[in-house]
Design a protein around this ligand. Structure first.
Ligand code: HEM
Ligand SMILES: *[C@@H]1O[C@H](CO)[C@@H](O)[C@H](O)[C@H]1NC(C)=O
Ligand SMILES: *[C@@H]1O[C@H](CO)[C@@H](O)[C@H](O)[C@H]1NC(C)=O
Ligand SMILES: *[C@@H]1O[C@H](CO)[C@@H](O)[C@H](O)[C@H]1NC(C)=O
Ligand SMILES: CC(=O)N[C@H]1CO[C@H](CO)[C@@H](O)[C@@H]1O
Length: 348
């Protein structure tokens, strides 16, 4: 009998034993209430709807991908991935009046999330949360720009309260931060050195305003910056108050690849928070490894994105599924807009 062959047992036990192990290496353990099959019966076409819609949208506006990726990061870092960043009135959200300056999340990206929500409600009814749509849209930003196609755990619910100005300032580090400050900020969310270097790779797409890096070119060149790169930035930002923008990744600005790390190795990182990853001994080996091996970067980025995407999620019967990603459902509790005076803070 085949099943008595010792080789067969060896093979079987190897498969049974190793496959959970290799899963564990490519994805962190799931947060309670999340699963990879959450909408399998209630909205089976969810992921293909989002992919097709965004594929079309990115063709006419490539910057939308960067905008959507950054919104998911801001959502997760400030009071968890609960769609709070999307609420009109959130300190890092779309509302003009309570937003601290220099957050510069793109309005088209908030609009795109609402359009996806409407499209999904037509197909499946009101079953998919805005927080899940945001997480899936971020994955498409990565994948459709050339990055890894990782699986996203689903089942988040939408929170009822805004991200306050205080929380936003506490959890979102400034681009002027060094590695010590960044590590301390990420530790508040249980993220480590590897997560910091991998997630910063999100800066392989998108743009930054002069105000986010003027500390490195005025009054003079930050010595950790390449001279030619500096000369070009001074053309884009002739004065420290210029409102121009420039690409975060000077090599391949719209492609999700490992060139961001190649930039850092060549001292062409844009923000202090980028370039210090190469200068600091704790993060430098990881930067070099990613610059040399895109496959390794993709694997670690996917892992850290899934981990970030499970921060303080609301699940089960908590929160709600919003009918409008920009507003709490009518008659469902109260929230306070904090820190309307947040206008005095430094750059983000
Ligand atoms: C580690 C700390 C981080 C800091 C200090 C930081 C800071 C910034 C700043 C200042 C900007 C430009 C804002 C502007 O001048 O308009 C920016 C843009 C961006 N960030 Fe980060 N970021 C961090 C982490 C992340 C993470 C974890 C992701 C996603 C995985 C991410 C994705 C992006 C993207 C895609 C953009 C471009 C947005 C656009 O073009 O609209 N960032 N970031
Ligand atoms: C990092 O920045 C903080 C705050 O600006 C500063 O106190 C600290 O000395 C800096 N650390 C290093 C290693 O440069
Ligand atoms: C940047 O803005 C200034 C005006 O402040 C303008 O003269 C200059 O041409 C702009 N440079 C680029 C590269 O957009
Ligand atoms: C969604 O909510 C926002 C914020 O309250 C509001 O401005 C917008 O008109 C709403 N959209 C729809 C389609 O009702
Ligand atoms: C520190 C910093 O660069 N802050 C800037 C934030 O944005 C405003 C304009 O919205 C600038 O005036 C600040 O200088």
């Amino acid at each position: 009998m085949a099943s008595t062959n010792p080789l067969f047992f060896l093979l079987l036990s190897t498969l049974l034993f190793l496959s959970p192990l290799s899963d564990a290496q490519t994805a962190p353990p799931l947060a309670k209430g999340l699963s990879y099959t959450f909408y399998k019966s209630t909205c089976p076409n969810l992921e293909s709807i989002i992919r097709l819609e965004l594929q079309r949208a990115f063709k006419s506006n490539v910057g939308l991908a960067a905008g959507l990726l950054r919104i998911h990061f801001h959502d997760c870092f400030v009071q968890g991935c609960d769609g709070s960043v999307l609420l009109d009135g959130s300190a890092s959200g779309p509302s003009e009046k309570s937003a601290p300056p220099n957050l510069t999340l793109r309005k088209e990206a908030f609009d795109a999330i609402n359009q996806l929500r409407d499209r999904i409600e037509k197909a499946c009814g009101r079953v998919v949360s805005c927080a899940d749509i945001t997480a899936l849209a971020a994955r498409e930003s990565v994948f459709l720009s050339g990055g890894p196609n990782y699986k996203v755990p689903l089942g988040r619910r939408d929170g009822l309260t805004f991200a306050t100005s205080d929380a936003t300032l506490k959890f979102l580090p400034s681009p002027r931060s060094n590695v010590s400050v960044l590590l301390a900020a990420l530790a508040l969310n249980n993220l480590d050195v590897n997560d910091l270097v991998a997630l910063s790779g999100g800066h392989t797409i998108g743009i930054g305003h002069c105000s986010s890096f003027n500390n490195r070119i005025f009054p003079s060149r930050d010595p950790s910056m390449d001279q030619t790169f500096f000369n070009n930035l001074r053309l884009t930002c002739p004065t420290s108050s210029t409102t121009n923008t420039t690409n975060l990744d000077v090599r391949t600005p719209d492609v999700f690849d490992n060139k961001y790390y190649v930039d850092l190795v060549n001292r062409q990182g844009l923000f202090t928070s980028d370039q210090d990853l190469y200068s600091d001994g704790r993060t430098n080996p990881v930067v070099s490894a990613f610059a040399n091996d895109q496959g390794l970067f993709f694997e670690k980025f996917a892992y850290s994105m899934v981990k970030m995407g499970m921060l303080n999620v609301v699940t089960g019967t908590g929160g709600q599924v919003r009918a409008n990603c920009s507003a709490r459902n009518p008659g469902t509790g109260w929230s306070v807009v904090d820190g309307e005076e947040g206008g005095s803070v430094a750059a983000y």
